[in-house]
Ligand binder design. Structure first.
Ligand SMILES: C[S@@+](CC[C@H](N)C(=O)[O-])C[C@H]1O[C@@H](n2cnc3c(N)ncnc32)[C@H](O)[C@@H]1O
Length: 307
């Protein structure tokens, strides 16, 4: 009998086993993700979650190598699979400032590094940039090229048609005074804490999230619920609508209990109309903080100009 078929592992054991099996780091949250999305079964043993080694092997075998083979078919043997950086974790591809905004269209920084740095290999036969050179990225998006060039001592110019993307790029490459940042961060935290203390919103959100998770565990247990919908034992749409109505009465009960104001007195602007009072207050606070930071910067620039 196949040993693997019987072998059950805790999530921690599964992450350690899979890291060796795949020869790359597989975290416990990677394993939990597979359970959550119904890719592998969730087993219970004395209240502990376990997974089957066989399920994991089946899942990884169905995935492993398939992407490479399929791209090779489309692009031929010129394909340098190493440059897919398929082995990297999300934490590596969003390292340091690349996590500041979850910009979905960005390059993998390691890919940019590969072309900017001074190594050569079978595929990259020459070095394209030296320290002090200037690289131009005319579609710089969230600024990956600019940041990586900066790291390697290469100057960089970025252009982008989207103002928001240039804002992200500038935030990632700007020079900051650490004292200012510390001061502003503390001030923001203080204002946020005071705001949180003076409102019921945190207690409301805590109780809402507890009740919601109890409700979901009872009526939408994962992954059994997904499997039952897939097997057509449950009509997901009808069942979902019934349960939504049921939960709404719990939700409105909490709104009353904590005195949460859902509608603004005015509905003149988009923000007035669509945001509850507490969120509206947070947005106003964010604008106040930004205005304050801009004032400090303007004062600094004019005082350094007058020197
Ligand atoms: C795929 S994104 C580039 C992402 C970038 N490599 C990064 O790592 O964040 C393409 C960018 O091209 C910009 N773009 C599109 N048309 C443009 C144009 N005519 N002039 C300048 N930028 C343009 C878009 O706004 C978008 O930010």
């Amino acid at each position: 009998m196949d040993n693997n078929r019987e072998k059950l592992m805790t999530i921690q054991e599964a992450s350690e086993w899979a890291s060796v099996y795949l020869d790359r780091e597989v975290t416990t949250s990677n394993i939990s993700y597979l359970i959550q999305y119904g890719r592998i079964r969730k087993m219970e043993n004395n209240g502990n979650t376990q997974v089957s080694k066989m399920d994991l092997i089946k899942y990884y075998e169905s995935y492993l190598g398939k992407r490479e083979i399929s791209w090779k078919k489309q692009l031929g043997n010129d394909l340098n699979w190493g440059l897919s950086f398929d082995h990297l974790r999300e934490a590596d591809t969003t390292k340091h400032v690349h996590r500041l905004h979850p910009y979905k269209g960005k390059f993998i920084p390691q890919l940019v590094e590969y072309f900017l740095d001074d190594h050569i290999d079978d595929y990259k036969g020459e070095v394209y940039f030296d320290r002090g050179d200037i690289v131009l990225d005319p579609f710089c998006g969230s600024g990956t090229t600019l940041v990586q060039a900066n790291e390697l001592g290469i100057h960089a110019i970025g252009i982008d048609i989207s103002e928001f993307n240039t804002f992200i790029s500038n935030a990632k490459i700007g020079r900051y005074d650490i004292q200012d940042i510390r001061y502003e961060t503390n001030r923001i935290l203080k204002v946020l804490n005071e705001m949180a203390k003076s409102s019921n919103i945190i207690k409301f959100e805590d109780e809402l999230s507890t009740l919601l998770s109890e409700f979901n565990n009872k009526y939408f247990p994962s992954p059994e619920y997904k499997r039952r919908v897939r097997n057509k034992e449950i009509d997901g749409k009808k069942y979902g609508e019934e349960k939504e109505k049921e939960f709404l009465s719990i939700y409105y009960g909490l709104i009353d209990k904590y005195g949460i104001k859902l509608k603004q007195d005015s509905d003149k602007t988009f923000l007035d109309k669509w945001y509850i009072k507490n969120v509206r207050q947070e947005i106003d606070m964010a604008f106040d903080l930004i205005r304050n930071i801009e004032n400090i910067q303007t004062k600094k620039i004019s005082s350094s100009n007058s020197k």
